[in-house]
Design a protein around this ligand. Structure first.
Ligand SMILES: [Zn+2]
Ligand SMILES: [Zn+2]
Length: 292
């Protein structure tokens, strides 16, 4: 996963792959082409996630199966094409997937039990995604696309512009308290966002939640288009409601039963109860996101 990101390994790998393939655009397959110079920490998942419907439709159309970078970004939890939750564990053995499969495993197969990870018409259906969550995800796709398009034309985006514009606006408007109240982000944290001497860097998810509530995109803030903030500062409430708090997580019973059955039937070394419980945790349906 480091190769997709912006760590020390990414550039050397791009260099090696570029000389092997003679392609000069491989950097566009890495996270900075989407989120610029924002800290890559915690932005990508630790193990792959995928859309079973995409895998099915690619196979039916004779297209190669691959892992789009969009699926790796933590804040993206729904497939933009099929509007269904991304999956991050095998429906049969319940294991998260390895990034690199062995040569015996084909694309689209579980890297442990070789079960097809595509959409299974007989599988229990996933929990419905709430309208609120779908609206949030719709906005995220559009916003990430906007950032990516800007990167293509203007080069890697610089977040310093985002924080500088926000700082000068808030200094004039004295709007820290109102903005904190509207977005649910602590006022002292907002001070840290805009303090050039503070090394603290908010996550992409927190910035996106801030912008979502204020109905402004990160690119607009980078370009100094802060008009929507005026309304938020005047009213002291968000233009959109803050995303709902994390609700009590319900358990997908069918998946849990499958996970427990898989643990009982496994030929591997017996797992501890804690390990079984950790696998059962992934059986929870997708949850709403909150400011945390
Ligand atoms: Zn899909
Ligand atoms: Zn499996």
């Amino acid at each position: 996963m480091s190769l997709n990101g912006a760590g020390g390994m990414t550039k050397p790998w791009i260099g090696v792959l570029s000389s092997l393939t003679t392609r000069l655009d491989l950097h566009l397959l890495t996270l900075p082409s989407w989120i610029g110079d924002l800290s890559p920490r915690w932005q990508l998942r630790e193990t792959p996630a995928w859309c079973p419907c995409c895998l099915s439709s690619w196979r039916e159309s004779g297209l190669p199966l691959y892992q789009p970078l969009l699926w790796m970004i933590r804040v993206v939890t729904i497939c933009p094409h099929h509007k269904t939750p991304l999956i991050d564990h095998c429906p049969r053995c319940q294991k998260p997937q390895l990034v690199f499969a062995s040569s015996k495993t084909q694309s689209g197969e579980c890297t442990f039990c070789r079960y097809w990870l595509e959409k299974d018409a007989n599988a229990p259906s996933d929990q419905e995604v709430s309208n609120e969550h779908m609206a949030w995800q719709d906005w995220i796709w559009a916003t990430l696309k906007e950032l990516q398009a800007a990167s293509f034309t203007a080069g890697i985006l610089t977040w310093e512009l985002f924080f500088r514009h926000l700082a000068s606006y808030l200094k004039e408007q004295k709007g820290y308290s109102r903005l904190a109240q509207a977005t649910g982000i602590d006022r002292t944290v907002l001070y840290r966002w805009v303090d050039p001497d503070d090394t603290y860097s908010p996550s992409l998810e927190t910035i996106l939640k801030f912008c979502y509530v204020c109905q402004v995109t990160p690119l607009q803030v980078m370009n100094g288009q802060l008009d929507p903030l005026q309304l938020v500062v005047q009213r002291g409430t968000g233009l959109r409601s803050p995303l709902p708090s994390r609700q009590n997580q319900r358990i997908n019973r069918e998946r849990c039963q499958m996970a427990l059955q898989a643990a009982l039937e496994s030929q591997n070394e017996p797992m501890t109860l804690t390990q079984v419980a950790q696998q059962v945790v992934v059986c929870r349906p997708p949850t709403r996101l909150s400011f945390s």
